[in-house]
Design a protein around this ligand. Sequence first.
Ligand code: E4P
Length: 225
Amino acid sequence: MKLLLDCADMAEIKEAYGIFPLDGVTTNPSILARTGRPPYEVLGEIRDFIGSEAELHVQVVSEDAAGMIKEADRIGDELGSSTYVKIPVTSEGLRAMKKLHKDGVRITGTAVYTAMQAFLAAKAGASYVAPYVNRIDNLGSDGIVTARNIQTILTQNDCHAEILAASFKNAQQVLALCTCGIGAATLAPSVLKSLVQLDAVTMAVKTFRTDFETLCGQGRDMSNI
Ligand code: E4P
């Protein structure tokens, strides 16, 4: 499973990249709005930092296919043709996906709340489909079950699309999807950090250090004994 960072804040991206084995960055218009900066300036910095090989997912804002296609062209020009263009899976989104797929554009079908949306996006040429796990939960449905159903549908129908699960709020949701081998998950920095922020682990590491220093002296470790 690939692991991506759902973020456009350069400081947070650099911090997360320094720690975690990440495969790329995803953004959406709300995430970009939180930076308060010109979108292409921020996205250009992200692209330069993660490199041309890493995945970068950038969402269109238009609600009609013609506008989405125009945005996709500009995104490719500004950030490179390897950039994934995120297109909401609406009727107009599907219309745009079919055209963009023919033109070789990499597409992520986003705003996926149902398995049927995912299936249609995959058929229209999306490389990824992005179910919003926590937002689905918030609607009283089950985001994990929806993502698992999508995984089954993609496999059963020989679709080439993979899942890019999004909108996580806790480590349990991430774990639940790791176990069924989905293609990728994108996490906000806070959720990513929570994967290793366990009191029990912190305590265990502290105890190891204390025990060792009792044996060898304060400030001693395996490099200086
Ligand atoms: C990613 O594709 C989505 O835009 C994002 O993960 C939504 O997350 P949120 O529900 O935390 O806003």
